[in-house]
Design a protein around this ligand. Structure first.
Ligand SMILES: [Zn+2]
Ligand SMILES: [Zn+2]
Length: 324
């Protein structure tokens, strides 16, 4: 029983996860300082504003919590079935050996600290870059949007909203992570040999650690911290991600980045944060209630079935008309 509870809530004690208690505490501290110094609130009003019951106990936040619990249970059950990064890494490693013009260990002579630094930076950049593209495809392709809609259906944001995802989206992102890590590990070991290692703090990639201690949890919150305009070209500010959740058409398909804003800048989807009192968050749907768990889990699957059957129906009718 104890094991099950630690499996489910282990993310709060794992510095490799965004909702690690240490990062949450730092985020609270950043939010309070911001409210006092940039919003002119007193300490007690800042606390009241930050822990606003209407947000934390809203229908949307309660749904976030149950989705977190259910998804953790699902991922504990299915994670052994998912292909591991070691399988991918080994396959790519042997494939590289088969490429005649590539020499294994050709960069082995480079000092260890450069290898470790390059590996840590590369894995962080590749991870963030692939997150950007998978997120962008989630918005572009109707089948993926049917899944990603679950995340966007949140009407208020709290750090747990990061887990408000359909389990099938979770699988897509796990496969993404598996491939990016597998590619980085195998290619680095192939070229640089056994000195490859990750620079970590508390077991987390040092860059992810820095990103999380800089208040990454505030992206999913009502604390609209904006950065200087020039900095929002480099890092996504909390206000920029909140804008990504906005219902306003002007904010659609903007700010797909996870940690870095440079991908949005390069590929034309960057939107600077705006000084707004509050954003209208969520999705404009029909009459679906996405705070109901049955809707949240089943309606994306039904929508995907409809999309596929519509498309296959179109193909069959085209084939029929060609035969005639
Ligand atoms: Zn999105
Ligand atoms: Zn989000």
């Amino acid at each position: 029983m104890f094991d099950v509870v630690t499996d489910i809530f282990g993310h709060f004690l794992d510095p490799r996860k965004r909702v690690y208690l240490g990062y949450l505490l730092v985020s609270v501290l950043i939010a309070i300082l911001w409210l006092i110094f940039f919003r002119g609130k007193s300490f007690s009003n800042s606390i009241k504003f930050l822990f606003d019951k209407q947000i934390w106990f809203s229908k949307s936040s309660r749904a976030d919590f149950f989705v977190f619990l259910i998804n953790r249970c699902i991922s504990i059950i299915i994670s052994p079935v998912l292909i591991t990064q070691m399988v991918i890494a080994t396959a790519i490693f042997y494939w590289l050996h088969g490429v005649s013009w590539l020499q294994s260990g050709s960069l082995q002579h480079i000092p260890d600290y450069i290898i470790v630094m390059s590996f840590t930076i590369s894995i962080f950049l590749l991870d963030d870059f692939s997150k950007y593209w998978v997120h962008r495809w989630m918005h572009k392709w109707p089948i993926l949007w049917a899944l990603h809609k679950v995340h966007h259906s949140a009407e208020v944001l709290t750090p747990l909203t990061v887990y408000r995802t359909h389990p099938l989206e979770g699988i897509v992102f796990t496969i993404r992570g598996t491939f990016t890590q597998g590619i980085s590990i195998s290619s680095f070991i192939f070229f640089f040999g056994n000195s490859v290692d990750l620079l970590t703090v508390l077991g987390a990639n040092v860059f992810l650690f820095l990103f999380n201690t800089a208040g990454s949890n505030l992206r999913h919150s009502h604390i609209g911290i904006r950065y200087w305009s020039w900095l929002e070209y480099i890092f996504i500010s909390p206000a920029q991600h909140q804008l990504h959740h906005s219902i306003d058409i002007a904010h659609h398909d903007k700010n797909f980045g996870a940690a870095l804003a440079v991908w949005d800048y390069i590929f034309g989807s960057l939107h600077h944060s705006e000084e707004v009192e509050s954003l209208h968050l969520g999705i404009e749907t029909d009459d679906k209630n996405f705070n109901k768990l049955s809707t949240l889990y089943l309606s994306p699957v039904l929508e995907i079935i409809q999309i596929i059957s519509r498309r296959t129906g179109n193909i069959f009718s085209k084939l029929k008309s060609i035969k005639r």
